[in-house]
Design a protein around this ligand. Structure first.
Ligand SMILES: Cc1cc2nc3c(=O)[nH]c(=O)nc-3n(C[C@H](O)[C@H](O)[C@H](O)COP(=O)(O)OP(=O)(O)OC[C@H]3O[C@@H](n4cnc5c(N)ncnc54)[C@H](O)[C@@H]3O)c2cc1C
Ligand code: SF4
Length: 316
């Protein structure tokens, strides 16, 4: 690991202002992803700003009937909150499907949104990777590459990695927004579509945060009536990232929302697919996966996603 300096910030505004000012600075929250990447020297920040003391540990009701989740709320606390369990079951279920109990105790809401891909070539510093070293090439697109875990839609000729977060898939289904503070002290509220950026020619740029901008929380809108489900398929029955995951909110009148994990560089949802829910899983996936570009090794994900949604719908 490269040497770095360290400080603690006492408020989000202070953290953002310092991050913009100090060269090579990066925020650290639970550290469960960033420290791993630093040990592999995939991330080499010169300075860490610890944001755990910024007072963002609360889950509070909003005037609109939803919940505001502070960026430092741990994944365990969020999953166990009685309001979340009762009215946002898809989120609670997605959170407990992620990582392990110990990791969820440390992992934060802000850090979970910004965790990096688990593409095996991103972690293997002997292999070319455009996300790790812009312009180096993509080992996953090379002949004979192992791509069974990688993305089928929203990918590009520069990168076919997936976003690994389970929590973000549920947040996408819930129409959650990400709140931030800029180094100038301004606040922003972004949909997940506006927050995450598709790889295109610049897979190293994964989101639309500006330099020094810090996530302060996530806002859940008023709960949507209906059944909430999250089903995750993976190589082991626990402690593994999703090959495919499906978040479903299904209202009694047959309408609802569907988001997918393990398929794309960000949690994947389309309005046209939600509109097709009353017609069943095949109709939803025809819209959701239109334009997919699977490899020979990961084309199975298209069938698996449709069958998973069909199984969830059949449970009712
Ligand atoms: C073995 C293992 C298995 C895992 N399995 C799963 C899984 O199945 N599903 C899943 O979803 N996740 C899984 N995870 C990932 C885990 O959920 C993430 O590591 C964790 O959520 C990251 O949160 P953190 O607070 O530790 O972030 P950190 O590691 O502290 O930070 C991650 C990134 O976010 C940035 N950051 C942190 N907070 C903020 C903020 N407020 N504003 C702006 N930037 C910020 C940091 O600068 C860094 O770039 C696993 C992790 C491990 C190690
Ligand atoms: S798919 Fe993306 S993360 Fe994986 S090797 Fe290619 S550029 Fe890197």
């Amino acid at each position: 690991m490269r040497a770095f300096s360290y400080e603690r910030a006492a408020s989000p505004a202070e953290a953002a202002a310092r991050a913009a000012k100090v060269p090579g600075a990066k925020f650290i929250a639970g550290g469960t992803n960033l420290l791993d990447l630093m040990k592999h020297e995939i991330e080499t920040p010169l300075h860490l700003i610890d944001v755990r003391g910024t007072g963002l540990n609360a889950i509070t009701a909003t005037e609109e009937g939803g919940l505001r989740v502070g960026a430092m709320v741990s994944n365990s606390t969020l999953a166990a909150d009685p309001r979340v369990r009762e009215a946002y079951g898809v989120l609670s279920r997605a959170l407990v499907a992620g990582a392990s109990g110990q990791l969820r105790n440390k992992a934060t809401t802000g850090g979970n949104l910004l965790q990096r891909t688990r593409c095996p070539y991103f972690y293997d510093t002997a292999m070319p990777c455009n996300k790790r070293s812009p312009g180096a090439g993509c080992a996953a697109l090379g002949k004979g590459a192992t791509t069974r875990q990688l993305g089928v839609i929203g990918t590009s000729d520069a990168c076919i990695a997936t976003h690994p977060s389970d929590m973000a898939v549920a947040l996408q289904a819930l129409d959650a927004r990400v709140e931030t503070v800029t180094p100038e002290g301004e606040t922003r509220s972004l949909t997940l579509d506006a927050f995450y950026q598709l790889p295109g020619d610049t897979p190293e740029v994964e989101n639309t945060l500006t330099k020094g901008e810090m996530i302060t929380g996530v806002v859940l809108p008023a709960p949507m009536e209906g059944r909430h489900a999250y089903f995750k398929l993976r190589d082991r029955s626990s402690y593994a990232f999703a090959l495919v995951s499906v978040a479903l909110i299904h209202a009694p009148d047959g309408t609802g929302r569907v988001a997918l994990g393990g398929m794309a560089p960000r949690p994947w949802r389309r309005d046209a697919a939600d509109a097709a829910l009353p017609q069943g899983a095949a109709a939803v996936m025809a819209e959701l996966l239109d334009g997919a570009r699977p490899t020979e090794e990961n084309a199975y994900k298209l069938t698996l996603a449709e069958r998973t949604l069909a199984a969830l719908l059949a449970e009712e």
